[in-house]
Design a protein around this ligand. Structure first.
Ligand code: NAD
Ligand code: DAU
Length: 344
């Protein structure tokens, strides 16, 4: 089996490549990645010398580069995207190019080249926000209500993927998953930002009142879900993937991490201006993938966080430089949000 993975130098893509080659050592993987600020080949050092792994630097918005890399491929697993909500609020342009146009370019090439399976990685954010109080969860039938430029671009991409199935018969599947965390996640995202801040002796920045809820999924559990959908999922179907625990607020999550570090919460939390249009609550109902394919998350949040903290503590070489750049971005962002609060 020859698989083209887009965005394989990013967080989930690189975890997936290592996972797949470990479980399917005879398969061949081509990692097609532009190496944006979020891509890092060091994520793949364990497999870099494998004859079953090849890296191609390329841009999914470029039809020639895509076609060349996709020739002779059996399956496509599409991770490549601009993935950070805060960046999409600063400038949506690249989100439209990469997430919408890039997905379209891949779909078109896959159709022309007769790819046998096209799996698209999407997000629960396309469904919008749930009220803080309540039992409601997102599922495959929930209607789309994206609220940020990031989620709007992912929603558009999802619609194109399904349009290529219905209109042209491209064999597609989609997974809409919740917030991933684990090793090799860029320190711009909340969990690695908290951990790396604490390692450096800095406080945890909490947006707004911290009463925002995400559904946390350990990245290895996500990789197993993708594997099952690729090998046993039904063509044309969408599967929602989420974590074990529900309704953990950002404040509670921060306190769980502080507990792992053995630090007192009142000294290490800092409330900062909120993200505009901040989605209140996400919760994913993963009964379909459980009932049809037998998937369920293996890691509790507690276990996943322990492993993640240990990984960042042991791999400071991986994040130290990136962290400096990231915090410059956040400094500018926080100043802007503070001045917007003042002016309103
Ligand atoms: P990431 O930002 O860590 O990695 C994205 C990768 O895509 C990088 O390696 C980057 O270089 C590459 N890339 C970006 N633009 C490209 C382009 N034009 N051409 C080729 N490569 C390009 O992202 P991630 O967190 O690993 O997310 C992967 C996918 O999963 C995305 O589609 C994202 O929307 C989706 N997703 C992520 C989460 C999460 O919690 N991280 C949750 C749900 C869905
Ligand atoms: O739900 C899936 C989505 O999860 C993915 O599609 C996105 O690619 C991924 O980035 C993630 O989006 P979020 O916006 O939920 O993740 P982020 O890590 O940026 O923020 C998680 C929560 O933490 C959110 O409520 C905002 C808050 N937050 C974030 C940062 C960076 C803080 O309170 N402080 C922070 O410093």
């Amino acid at each position: 089996m020859k698989i083209l993975v887009t965005g394989g130098a990013g967080f989930i893509g690189s975890n997936f490549i290592r996972f797949w080659l470990h479980r399917h050592p005879k398969d061949e993987i081509i990692n097609f990645d532009k190496l944006t600020y979020a891509g890092n080949l060091a994520n793949l050092k364990e497999v870099a010398d494998s004859p079953h792994y090849h890296f191609v630097k390329g841009d999914i918005t470029n039809p020639q580069e895509v076609r060349k890399a996709m020739e002779g491929v059996d399956w496509v697993v599409h991770f490549a995207a601009e993935s950070h909500v805060d960046r999409s609020l600063e400038d949506p342009t690249v989100f439209i190019d990469t997430n919408i146009k890039g997905t379209y370019v891949l779909l078109k090439a896959a159709l022309e080249l007769g790819v046998k399976r096209f799996h698209h990685i999407s997000t629960d954010e396309v469904y919008g926000a749930l009220p803080l109080e309540g039992e409601e969860k997102f599922n495959e039938k929930t209607s789309y209500h994206p609220r940020s430029p990031y989620s709007a671009s992912k929603a558009a991409a999802d619609h194109f993927v399904l349009a290529f199935y219905h209109s042209f018969g491209l064999p597609v599947t989609i997974t809409n998953c919740s917030n991933n965390y684990g090793p090799y996640q860029h320190p711009e995202k909340f969990i690695p930002r908290m951990i790396t801040n604490l390692i450096l002796g800095k406080k945890i920045p909490i947006y707004g009142d911290g009463r925002y809820v995400r559904d946390w999924l350990y990245v290895e559990d996500h990789c197993r879900a993708i594997e099952l959908v690729l090998t046993e999922g039904k063509i044309g179907e969408v599967y929602c993937v989420g974590g074990k625990e529900k309704d953990v607020t950002n404040l509670q999550l921060a306190k769980m991490i502080l507990k792992i570090f053995g630090r007192k919460e009142e000294e290490w939390l800092e409330f900062v201006p909120d993200r505009p249009g901040h989605d209140r609550r996400y919760a994913v109902d993963w009964r379909k993938i459980n009932q049809e394919l037998g998937w369920q998350p293996q890691y509790s949040l507690e276990e996943g966080l322990q492993k993640t903290v240990a990984w960042y503590q042991e791999n400071e070489w991986w994040w130290r430089d990136t962290k400096k750049e990231t915090e410059k971005f956040y400094q500018r962002l926080t100043e802007r949000r503070k001045s917007n609060v003042k002016n309103n």
